[in-house]
Write a protein that binds this ligand. Sequence first.
Ligand SMILES: [Cu+2]
Length: 433
Amino acid sequence: MAGIKQDFIDQRLQDLNDDGVDRRGFLKCMAWAGTGLVWTMSGGIPVSRAFAKGAGKNAGTGADFSFVQISDSHIGFNKPANPDVTATLQTAINKINAMPHKPDFIIHTGDLSQLSKPSEFDTLDQALKGASPKQIYFVPGEHDMLTDNGEQYLQRYGKGTKGAGWYSFDQKGVHFVGLVNVVNLKAGGLGSLGHEQLEWLEDDLKARSASTPIVLFAHIPLWTVYPEWGWGTDDSEQALSYVKRFGSVTVLNGHIHQVMQKIEGKVSFHTAMSTAFPQPAPGTAPSAGPMKVPAEQLQRVLGITDVNYVVSGGSLAIVDSPLGSSSQPASGNGGGADMAMMATGEAAAGSASEVKIDNFAFSPGAITVKPGTQVTWINRDDIPHTVDSTQGKFKSAALDTDQKFEFKFTDPGEYPYYCRMHPKMTGSIVVQS
Ligand SMILES: [Cu+2]
Protein backbone atom coordinates (compact mmCIF):
# COMPACT_ATOMS: atom_id res chain seq x y z
CA MET A 1 0.00 0.00 0.00
CA ALA A 2 1.76 3.10 -1.15
CA GLY A 3 1.99 5.71 1.52
CA ILE A 4 1.25 3.47 4.46
CA LYS A 5 4.59 2.58 5.94
CA GLN A 6 5.28 -0.97 6.86
CA ASP A 7 5.93 -0.10 10.49
CA PHE A 8 2.46 1.35 10.69
CA ILE A 9 1.01 -1.84 9.28
CA ASP A 10 3.11 -3.86 11.72
CA GLN A 11 1.90 -1.77 14.58
CA ARG A 12 -1.66 -2.44 13.52
CA LEU A 13 -0.95 -6.14 13.27
CA GLN A 14 0.27 -6.17 16.85
CA ASP A 15 -3.13 -4.96 17.87
CA LEU A 16 -4.81 -7.99 16.48
CA ASN A 17 -6.39 -10.42 18.85
CA ASP A 18 -6.29 -14.14 18.29
CA ASP A 19 -9.65 -14.06 16.59
CA GLY A 20 -8.33 -11.60 14.10
CA VAL A 21 -10.50 -8.73 15.17
CA ASP A 22 -8.67 -5.48 15.43
CA ARG A 23 -10.29 -4.41 18.66
CA ARG A 24 -8.21 -1.37 19.24
CA GLY A 25 -8.95 -0.09 15.80
CA PHE A 26 -12.55 -1.13 16.04
CA LEU A 27 -13.04 0.63 19.35
CA LYS A 28 -11.22 3.68 18.11
CA CYS A 29 -13.55 3.88 15.21
CA MET A 30 -16.56 3.46 17.42
CA ALA A 31 -15.20 6.28 19.54
CA TRP A 32 -15.52 8.48 16.45
CA ALA A 33 -11.79 8.78 16.17
CA GLY A 34 -11.08 7.07 12.91
CA THR A 35 -8.31 8.58 10.91
CA GLY A 36 -5.32 6.80 9.57
CA LEU A 37 -6.68 3.42 10.47
CA VAL A 38 -6.22 0.37 8.34
CA TRP A 39 -9.57 -1.23 7.77
CA THR A 40 -10.02 -4.48 6.01
CA MET A 41 -13.15 -6.53 5.99
CA SER A 42 -13.66 -10.23 5.75
CA GLY A 43 -16.96 -11.94 6.24
CA GLY A 44 -18.31 -8.98 8.11
CA ILE A 45 -15.38 -8.80 10.51
CA PRO A 46 -13.32 -5.68 10.24
CA VAL A 47 -9.91 -7.11 9.60
CA SER A 48 -8.26 -9.44 7.15
CA ARG A 49 -4.97 -10.63 8.53
CA ALA A 50 -3.66 -11.97 5.26
CA PHE A 51 -4.58 -8.81 3.51
CA ALA A 52 -3.00 -6.64 6.16
CA LYS A 53 0.23 -8.65 6.07
CA GLY A 54 0.61 -7.94 2.43
CA ALA A 55 -0.62 -4.43 2.66
CA GLY A 56 2.77 -2.81 2.85
CA LYS A 57 4.04 -3.91 -0.51
CA ASN A 58 1.58 -5.66 -2.68
CA ALA A 59 -1.87 -5.01 -1.40
CA GLY A 60 -4.41 -5.87 -3.98
CA THR A 61 -2.36 -8.41 -5.83
CA GLY A 62 -4.55 -11.45 -6.11
CA ALA A 63 -7.63 -9.30 -5.83
CA ASP A 64 -10.11 -9.72 -8.64
CA PHE A 65 -10.32 -6.02 -8.94
CA SER A 66 -9.91 -2.96 -6.84
CA PHE A 67 -11.09 0.59 -6.83
CA VAL A 68 -10.40 3.75 -4.91
CA GLN A 69 -12.96 5.94 -3.24
CA ILE A 70 -12.24 9.64 -2.98
CA SER A 71 -14.65 12.17 -1.59
CA ASP A 72 -15.42 15.75 -0.73
CA SER A 73 -12.84 17.53 -2.88
CA HIS A 74 -14.66 20.85 -2.40
CA ILE A 75 -12.71 22.46 -5.24
CA GLY A 76 -13.02 26.21 -4.73
CA PHE A 77 -12.83 26.09 -0.94
CA ASN A 78 -10.01 28.39 0.20
CA LYS A 79 -10.53 29.00 3.90
CA PRO A 80 -7.90 28.47 6.64
CA ALA A 81 -8.83 24.79 7.14
CA ASN A 82 -7.13 24.21 3.78
CA PRO A 83 -6.21 27.12 1.51
CA ASP A 84 -5.23 24.79 -1.35
CA VAL A 85 -7.72 21.99 -1.86
CA THR A 86 -6.55 21.48 -5.44
CA ALA A 87 -3.08 20.60 -4.16
CA THR A 88 -4.43 18.05 -1.67
CA LEU A 89 -6.62 16.50 -4.38
CA GLN A 90 -3.48 16.28 -6.50
CA THR A 91 -1.70 14.54 -3.63
CA ALA A 92 -4.52 12.03 -3.48
CA ILE A 93 -4.24 11.44 -7.23
CA ASN A 94 -0.48 11.01 -6.96
CA LYS A 95 -1.04 8.40 -4.27
CA ILE A 96 -3.51 6.56 -6.46
CA ASN A 97 -1.09 6.65 -9.39
CA ALA A 98 1.72 5.31 -7.21
CA MET A 99 -0.26 2.28 -6.05
CA PRO A 100 1.56 -0.95 -6.86
CA HIS A 101 -1.71 -2.46 -8.03
CA LYS A 102 -3.56 -0.36 -10.52
CA PRO A 103 -7.11 0.34 -9.35
CA ASP A 104 -9.72 -0.45 -11.99
CA PHE A 105 -11.68 2.72 -11.34
CA ILE A 106 -12.36 5.59 -8.95
CA ILE A 107 -15.58 6.36 -7.15
CA HIS A 108 -16.07 9.97 -6.08
CA THR A 109 -18.75 10.24 -3.43
CA GLY A 110 -19.67 13.86 -3.94
CA ASP A 111 -18.96 17.47 -3.08
CA LEU A 112 -16.70 17.70 -6.07
CA SER A 113 -16.98 21.48 -5.88
CA GLN A 114 -17.60 24.07 -3.20
CA LEU A 115 -20.14 26.24 -5.04
CA SER A 116 -21.04 24.35 -8.25
CA LYS A 117 -19.04 26.88 -10.28
CA PRO A 118 -18.02 25.86 -13.81
CA SER A 119 -14.44 26.87 -13.02
CA GLU A 120 -14.43 24.57 -9.99
CA PHE A 121 -15.67 21.62 -12.02
CA ASP A 122 -13.06 22.48 -14.68
CA THR A 123 -10.28 22.40 -12.11
CA LEU A 124 -11.50 19.06 -10.79
CA ASP A 125 -11.68 17.60 -14.29
CA GLN A 126 -8.20 18.84 -15.06
CA ALA A 127 -6.77 17.22 -11.93
CA LEU A 128 -8.64 13.95 -12.43
CA LYS A 129 -7.36 13.71 -16.01
CA GLY A 130 -4.00 12.93 -14.46
CA ALA A 131 -5.35 9.94 -12.54
CA SER A 132 -4.29 6.61 -13.97
CA PRO A 133 -7.72 4.96 -13.65
CA LYS A 134 -9.63 6.48 -16.55
CA GLN A 135 -13.05 5.37 -15.38
CA ILE A 136 -14.49 7.57 -12.65
CA TYR A 137 -17.97 7.17 -11.19
CA PHE A 138 -19.57 10.13 -9.45
CA VAL A 139 -22.49 10.92 -7.23
CA PRO A 140 -23.29 14.53 -6.34
CA GLY A 141 -23.00 16.20 -2.95
CA GLU A 142 -25.18 19.12 -1.89
CA HIS A 143 -22.40 21.49 -2.94
CA ASP A 144 -22.64 20.25 -6.54
CA MET A 145 -26.34 21.01 -6.99
CA LEU A 146 -26.39 24.69 -6.04
CA THR A 147 -27.25 26.13 -9.41
CA ASP A 148 -29.93 25.27 -11.97
CA ASN A 149 -31.20 22.28 -10.01
CA GLY A 150 -28.05 20.35 -10.69
CA GLU A 151 -28.33 20.58 -14.50
CA GLN A 152 -24.66 21.36 -14.82
CA TYR A 153 -23.64 18.44 -12.65
CA LEU A 154 -25.81 16.12 -14.74
CA GLN A 155 -24.37 17.40 -17.98
CA ARG A 156 -20.82 16.92 -16.83
CA TYR A 157 -20.97 13.83 -14.64
CA GLY A 158 -24.41 12.32 -14.98
CA LYS A 159 -24.70 11.34 -18.65
CA GLY A 160 -26.94 8.34 -19.00
CA THR A 161 -28.08 8.43 -15.38
CA LYS A 162 -31.64 8.49 -14.10
CA GLY A 163 -33.43 11.28 -12.23
CA ALA A 164 -31.05 13.49 -10.28
CA GLY A 165 -28.10 11.29 -11.28
CA TRP A 166 -28.60 7.77 -9.94
CA TYR A 167 -27.44 4.66 -11.82
CA SER A 168 -25.99 1.20 -11.46
CA PHE A 169 -23.24 -0.82 -13.14
CA ASP A 170 -21.57 -4.18 -12.85
CA GLN A 171 -17.92 -5.00 -12.41
CA LYS A 172 -16.82 -8.62 -12.49
CA GLY A 173 -19.95 -9.87 -10.80
CA VAL A 174 -20.26 -7.08 -8.26
CA HIS A 175 -23.28 -4.81 -8.64
CA PHE A 176 -22.64 -1.12 -7.90
CA VAL A 177 -25.40 1.41 -7.34
CA GLY A 178 -24.78 5.17 -7.19
CA LEU A 179 -27.52 6.98 -5.29
CA VAL A 180 -28.37 10.67 -4.89
CA ASN A 181 -29.56 11.84 -1.47
CA VAL A 182 -28.86 15.58 -1.67
CA VAL A 183 -31.82 16.98 -3.61
CA ASN A 184 -35.28 18.07 -2.51
CA LEU A 185 -34.26 18.06 1.13
CA LYS A 186 -37.09 18.89 3.52
CA ALA A 187 -36.82 21.56 6.20
CA GLY A 188 -35.77 19.97 9.47
CA GLY A 189 -34.88 16.69 7.77
CA LEU A 190 -31.82 14.71 6.75
CA GLY A 191 -30.59 13.47 3.38
CA SER A 192 -33.32 12.08 1.17
CA LEU A 193 -33.52 9.55 -1.65
CA GLY A 194 -37.14 10.18 -2.54
CA HIS A 195 -39.92 7.94 -3.77
CA GLU A 196 -38.94 7.82 -7.44
CA GLN A 197 -35.37 6.77 -6.72
CA LEU A 198 -36.46 4.16 -4.16
CA GLU A 199 -38.81 2.63 -6.72
CA TRP A 200 -36.02 2.52 -9.24
CA LEU A 201 -33.66 0.94 -6.70
CA GLU A 202 -36.12 -1.77 -5.78
CA ASP A 203 -36.55 -2.55 -9.43
CA ASP A 204 -32.83 -2.44 -10.15
CA LEU A 205 -32.04 -4.97 -7.43
CA LYS A 206 -34.97 -7.27 -8.05
CA ALA A 207 -33.40 -9.33 -10.80
CA ARG A 208 -30.10 -9.92 -8.98
CA SER A 209 -29.41 -13.15 -7.19
CA ALA A 210 -28.89 -12.97 -3.43
CA SER A 211 -25.28 -14.05 -3.89
CA THR A 212 -24.40 -10.96 -5.93
CA PRO A 213 -22.17 -8.67 -3.87
CA ILE A 214 -23.76 -5.23 -3.73
CA VAL A 215 -22.01 -1.89 -3.30
CA LEU A 216 -24.19 1.14 -2.65
CA PHE A 217 -22.56 4.55 -2.73
CA ALA A 218 -24.01 7.99 -2.03
CA HIS A 219 -22.83 11.29 -0.61
CA ILE A 220 -24.64 11.61 2.73
CA PRO A 221 -24.33 8.51 4.95
CA LEU A 222 -27.09 5.95 4.39
CA TRP A 223 -27.00 5.18 8.10
CA THR A 224 -27.64 7.48 10.99
CA VAL A 225 -24.25 8.77 12.06
CA TYR A 226 -25.34 11.91 13.89
CA PRO A 227 -28.77 13.29 13.06
CA GLU A 228 -28.17 16.44 15.11
CA TRP A 229 -25.77 17.51 12.38
CA GLY A 230 -27.85 16.13 9.56
CA TRP A 231 -25.53 13.14 9.14
CA GLY A 232 -28.02 10.56 7.99
CA THR A 233 -30.69 9.91 5.37
CA ASP A 234 -34.39 10.03 6.21
CA ASP A 235 -35.49 7.19 3.94
CA SER A 236 -32.34 5.06 3.95
CA GLU A 237 -34.10 2.29 5.83
CA GLN A 238 -36.38 1.77 2.88
CA ALA A 239 -33.37 1.49 0.60
CA LEU A 240 -31.64 -0.92 2.95
CA SER A 241 -34.72 -3.13 3.11
CA TYR A 242 -34.15 -3.89 -0.58
CA VAL A 243 -30.64 -5.23 0.08
CA LYS A 244 -31.48 -7.34 3.13
CA ARG A 245 -31.64 -10.57 1.15
CA PHE A 246 -28.13 -10.15 -0.28
CA GLY A 247 -25.19 -11.94 1.28
CA SER A 248 -22.69 -9.11 0.99
CA VAL A 249 -23.55 -5.44 0.99
CA THR A 250 -21.09 -2.58 1.28
CA VAL A 251 -22.24 1.01 1.67
CA LEU A 252 -19.75 3.78 0.89
CA ASN A 253 -20.44 7.39 1.79
CA GLY A 254 -18.70 10.74 2.15
CA HIS A 255 -20.01 14.04 3.51
CA ILE A 256 -18.71 13.79 7.07
CA HIS A 257 -14.99 14.02 6.15
CA GLN A 258 -13.83 11.27 8.47
CA VAL A 259 -13.71 7.51 8.60
CA MET A 260 -16.52 5.71 10.37
CA GLN A 261 -17.63 2.18 10.05
CA LYS A 262 -20.53 0.13 11.23
CA ILE A 263 -21.46 -3.45 10.51
CA GLU A 264 -25.04 -4.60 10.72
CA GLY A 265 -25.60 -8.20 9.73
CA LYS A 266 -24.43 -8.59 6.14
CA VAL A 267 -24.23 -4.86 5.57
CA SER A 268 -21.09 -2.90 6.25
CA PHE A 269 -21.18 0.88 6.21
CA HIS A 270 -18.15 2.98 5.64
CA THR A 271 -17.50 6.70 5.32
CA ALA A 272 -14.40 8.19 3.72
CA MET A 273 -12.06 11.01 4.52
CA SER A 274 -12.17 14.17 2.44
CA THR A 275 -9.39 15.22 0.11
CA ALA A 276 -10.02 18.82 1.20
CA PHE A 277 -10.52 19.42 4.93
CA PRO A 278 -11.45 17.50 8.08
CA GLN A 279 -14.61 17.96 10.09
CA PRO A 280 -14.97 17.45 13.83
CA ALA A 281 -16.12 14.15 15.27
CA PRO A 282 -19.84 14.19 16.06
CA GLY A 283 -20.69 16.20 19.12
CA THR A 284 -17.14 17.36 19.79
CA ALA A 285 -17.73 20.86 18.42
CA PRO A 286 -20.60 23.33 18.34
CA SER A 287 -21.34 22.38 14.75
CA ALA A 288 -20.06 20.54 11.72
CA GLY A 289 -17.84 22.47 9.34
CA PRO A 290 -14.23 22.83 8.26
CA MET A 291 -11.88 22.07 11.11
CA LYS A 292 -8.53 23.78 11.25
CA VAL A 293 -5.73 21.49 12.32
CA PRO A 294 -2.05 22.41 12.49
CA ALA A 295 -0.69 22.48 8.94
CA GLU A 296 1.65 19.55 9.52
CA GLN A 297 -1.30 17.41 10.56
CA LEU A 298 -3.57 18.23 7.66
CA GLN A 299 -2.41 15.41 5.41
CA ARG A 300 -3.11 12.87 8.12
CA VAL A 301 -6.77 13.73 8.25
CA LEU A 302 -7.27 13.75 4.50
CA GLY A 303 -7.13 10.64 2.43
CA ILE A 304 -8.29 8.02 0.03
CA THR A 305 -10.01 4.69 0.48
CA ASP A 306 -8.72 1.66 -1.36
CA VAL A 307 -11.15 -1.19 -1.83
CA ASN A 308 -10.09 -4.63 -2.98
CA TYR A 309 -12.52 -7.30 -3.95
CA VAL A 310 -11.68 -10.98 -3.96
CA VAL A 311 -14.33 -13.22 -5.47
CA SER A 312 -13.52 -16.29 -3.42
CA GLY A 313 -13.97 -14.50 -0.11
CA GLY A 314 -17.03 -12.68 -1.31
CA SER A 315 -15.97 -9.72 0.75
CA LEU A 316 -14.38 -6.35 0.24
CA ALA A 317 -11.16 -5.33 1.86
CA ILE A 318 -11.09 -1.66 2.65
CA VAL A 319 -8.01 0.37 3.48
CA ASP A 320 -8.15 4.02 4.42
CA SER A 321 -4.99 5.79 3.63
CA PRO A 322 -4.18 9.29 4.83
CA LEU A 323 -2.44 11.57 2.35
CA GLY A 324 0.48 12.15 4.70
CA SER A 325 3.07 9.44 4.99
CA SER A 326 3.27 9.60 8.76
CA SER A 327 3.66 6.22 10.38
CA GLN A 328 1.36 7.16 13.24
CA PRO A 329 -2.34 7.54 12.98
CA ALA A 330 -3.53 11.03 13.80
CA SER A 331 -4.46 11.26 17.43
CA GLY A 332 -8.03 10.86 18.57
CA ASN A 333 -9.92 14.08 18.54
CA GLY A 334 -8.37 15.67 15.54
CA GLY A 335 -4.98 15.94 17.24
CA GLY A 336 -4.87 19.37 18.81
CA ALA A 337 -7.65 20.60 16.63
CA ASP A 338 -8.01 24.31 16.79
CA MET A 339 -11.76 24.68 16.75
CA ALA A 340 -13.30 28.06 16.45
CA MET A 341 -15.71 28.39 19.32
CA MET A 342 -19.29 29.29 18.71
CA ALA A 343 -19.88 33.00 18.63
CA THR A 344 -22.07 33.95 21.55
CA GLY A 345 -25.55 34.27 20.19
CA GLU A 346 -27.19 37.64 20.15
CA ALA A 347 -30.27 38.08 22.21
CA ALA A 348 -33.30 37.46 20.04
CA ALA A 349 -34.33 41.07 19.93
CA GLY A 350 -37.90 41.28 18.71
CA SER A 351 -37.18 43.99 16.18
CA ALA A 352 -33.94 42.62 14.77
CA SER A 353 -33.82 42.66 11.02
CA GLU A 354 -30.51 40.94 10.57
CA VAL A 355 -30.06 37.20 10.86
CA LYS A 356 -26.57 35.88 11.19
CA ILE A 357 -25.67 32.44 9.87
CA ASP A 358 -23.01 30.97 12.08
CA ASN A 359 -21.98 27.47 13.11
CA PHE A 360 -24.71 25.94 10.96
CA ALA A 361 -27.49 27.93 12.64
CA PHE A 362 -29.65 30.98 11.98
CA SER A 363 -29.27 33.47 14.79
CA PRO A 364 -31.67 34.64 16.04
CA GLY A 365 -33.65 31.61 14.96
CA ALA A 366 -36.96 33.43 15.11
CA ILE A 367 -37.57 37.13 14.83
CA THR A 368 -40.64 39.32 14.75
CA VAL A 369 -40.69 42.35 12.47
CA LYS A 370 -43.10 45.06 11.38
CA PRO A 371 -44.62 44.91 7.90
CA GLY A 372 -42.30 46.49 5.36
CA THR A 373 -39.12 45.36 7.13
CA GLN A 374 -36.23 44.27 5.02
CA VAL A 375 -34.51 41.30 6.62
CA THR A 376 -30.86 40.65 5.86
CA TRP A 377 -29.19 37.28 6.29
CA ILE A 378 -25.42 37.21 6.40
CA ASN A 379 -23.32 34.07 6.28
CA ARG A 380 -20.42 34.07 8.73
CA ASP A 381 -19.56 30.39 8.22
CA ASP A 382 -16.71 28.94 6.17
CA ILE A 383 -19.31 26.90 4.31
CA PRO A 384 -22.04 28.12 1.96
CA HIS A 385 -25.64 28.12 3.12
CA THR A 386 -28.96 29.11 1.62
CA VAL A 387 -32.13 30.81 2.84
CA ASP A 388 -35.19 29.07 1.41
CA SER A 389 -38.78 29.75 2.34
CA THR A 390 -40.51 26.44 3.11
CA GLN A 391 -43.60 28.01 1.52
CA GLY A 392 -41.72 28.90 -1.65
CA LYS A 393 -41.91 32.67 -0.98
CA PHE A 394 -38.21 33.45 -1.18
CA LYS A 395 -35.08 31.58 -2.09
CA SER A 396 -31.50 32.75 -1.96
CA ALA A 397 -28.60 31.61 -4.09
CA ALA A 398 -25.83 29.80 -2.26
CA LEU A 399 -24.32 32.35 0.12
CA ASP A 400 -20.60 31.98 0.51
CA THR A 401 -18.76 33.43 3.49
CA ASP A 402 -19.84 37.02 4.23
CA GLN A 403 -22.41 37.06 1.44
CA LYS A 404 -25.85 38.45 2.15
CA PHE A 405 -29.42 37.79 1.17
CA GLU A 406 -32.20 40.32 1.64
CA PHE A 407 -35.94 40.02 1.51
CA LYS A 408 -38.61 42.60 2.26
CA PHE A 409 -41.63 41.34 4.21
CA THR A 410 -44.83 43.22 3.52
CA ASP A 411 -47.69 40.90 4.50
CA PRO A 412 -48.32 39.85 8.10
CA GLY A 413 -47.84 36.17 8.84
CA GLU A 414 -45.26 33.56 9.72
CA TYR A 415 -42.52 32.74 7.23
CA PRO A 416 -40.59 29.58 8.10
CA TYR A 417 -37.40 28.96 6.18
CA TYR A 418 -34.42 26.59 6.05
CA CYS A 419 -31.09 25.95 4.34
CA ARG A 420 -31.60 23.63 1.37
CA MET A 421 -28.05 22.29 1.72
CA HIS A 422 -28.38 21.65 5.45
CA PRO A 423 -32.08 21.18 6.07
CA LYS A 424 -31.55 20.78 9.81
CA MET A 425 -30.97 24.53 9.79
CA THR A 426 -34.34 26.21 10.20
CA GLY A 427 -35.64 29.63 11.23
CA SER A 428 -38.68 31.81 10.94
CA ILE A 429 -39.70 35.39 10.44
CA VAL A 430 -42.95 36.58 11.97
CA VAL A 431 -44.42 39.73 10.45
CA GLN A 432 -46.74 41.49 12.87
CA SER A 433 -50.19 42.52 11.79
CU1 LIG B 1 -26.53 25.37 5.27
